[in-house]
Write a protein that binds this ligand. Structure first.
Ligand code: DAH
Length: 361
């Protein structure tokens, strides 16, 4: 077989193909089942042994040349088709595509995630509780009986079934401790210390203004441990433990070293109770509009768990002690980013929300 002549013939046929359809047919004729080019390559087997290598090499070169010619023409036809399609519309292929708008992390989520990371790295575990809470858990079990004036500062939305929208995340302190005590009774012992955090949404019947919202976020913390016999007497969880934990937390969140001070604060479920203030990060304590010229910002109510709460959970206050804190998340976020109005958080204004880092894909 004169394969040079064959090659010439095939290449001419390819060059003569009038359109994509004709070319596809030619492709089938040459390379399909029983195709001419493949037939030529295979015909090597009918030759005497000594002729095979030379013929095989030449046949392969022809095959490759024909394949390349086919490919080139096919692409040419495709381009023509595409251009025909494009010229039939006003579609401009050079125009940049429209980018889908990407969501950003909500600033509360950002700070909450950081706090959860921080506390879990210190051995705390995350507990959840219901947003629709019973009066018992929201108030009574936390040492706030029905006639207690503290209820008035936590006015909330009551449901017709007698439940309410929780005013704070503190009820989860009781829920968690009661669950552990019950599990212990059922034989599943818990190993103190208990260290939990409870991030979550809370509600109050507030008149909304720059610093008050009807729906807001808190992060509760609770540490309870067994009182132990130490070299200098009995030792339980102490205020020093509380201060250290709070300082660590604020240092990480506010991204700077902080000074704190404790003032007495009244919360029925802790004794003693404190307001923990941080020296104003905006003016380094000199006095500015954010700290109302005082140099201090009230940021963290906290205290040592009240014996009545421990008793209500089935723990002996002689045997167990603990500390608790309840952080207003928005407050921390406002300090961190210098946001001056709490209403931005729920306002849904994209110009506010899109300033925060995008959700990682
Ligand atoms: N639950 C309180 C509130 O919302 C805040 C609070 C104060 C929580 C002291 C605590 C605490 O755990 O120890 O007003």
């Amino acid at each position: 077989m004169d394969i040079t002549a064959k090659q010439e013939e095939w290449l001419q046929a390819i060059a003569a193909a009038s359109d994509g359809v004709a070319l596809a047919e030619l492709d089938k004729r040459l390379f399909g089942q029983g195709g001419e080019v493949l037939g030529m390559v295979r015909s090597v087997t009918s030759l005497p042994k000594e002729e095979r290598p030379t013929f095989g090499k030449a046949a392969n070169a022809v095959k490759q040349a024909v394949e390349a010619a086919l490919k080139e023409r096919r692409e040419g036809f495709e381009q023509v088709e595409l251009e025909k399609d494009l010229s039939a519309t006003d579609f401009d292929p050079t125009e940049p595509g429209s980018k889908p708008r990407q969501g950003a992390m909500h600033p509360i989520t950002i700070v909450q995630n950081e706090l959860v990371d921080l506390f879990t790295s210190m051995g705390f575990q995350w507990e959840d509780g219901p947003e629709v809470e019973s009066e018992y858990y929201n108030f009574d079990a936390l040492n706030i009986p029905g006639d207690h004036p503290a209820r008035e500062s936590q006015d909330t939305f009551w449901l017709t079934d007698g439940n309410l929208l929780r005013t704070h995340t503190s009820p989860v302190q009781v829920r968690t401790l009661q669950r552990l005590v019950k599990e212990a009774k059922d034989g599943k012992a818990w190993e103190p210390p208990l260290k939990v955090i409870v991030p979550g949404r809370c509600f109050r019947s507030e008149t909304v203004d720059k610093t008050h919202e009807h729906s807001f976020y808190q992060m509760e913390g609770l540490v309870v441990d067994r009182v132990q016999e130490g070299p200098d007497g009995k030792r339980g969880v102490s205020t020093a433990n509380l201060i250290h934990t709070m300082k660590t937390c604020l240092r990480v969140i506010l991204e700077r070293d902080v000074e704190v001070r404790l003032r007495p604060g009244f919360f029925p479920f802790v004794e003693p109770g404190f307001e923990l203030d941080v020296n104003c990060p905006f003016c380094s304590g000199k006095g500015c509009s954010v700290c109302k010229q005082s140099g201090w910002i009230e940021i963290l109510p906290c205290g040592m768990v009240h014996p009545n709460v421990l008793k209500e959970c089935g723990l002996d206050p002689e045997e167990y002690t603990g500390f608790a804190f309840g952080m207003g998340l928005q407050r921390v976020v406002m300090l961190r980013y210098g946001i001056d109005d709490i209403r931005h958080f729920m306002g849904g204004n994209l110009r506010f929300l899109s300033q925060f880092p995008e959700v990682p894909r």
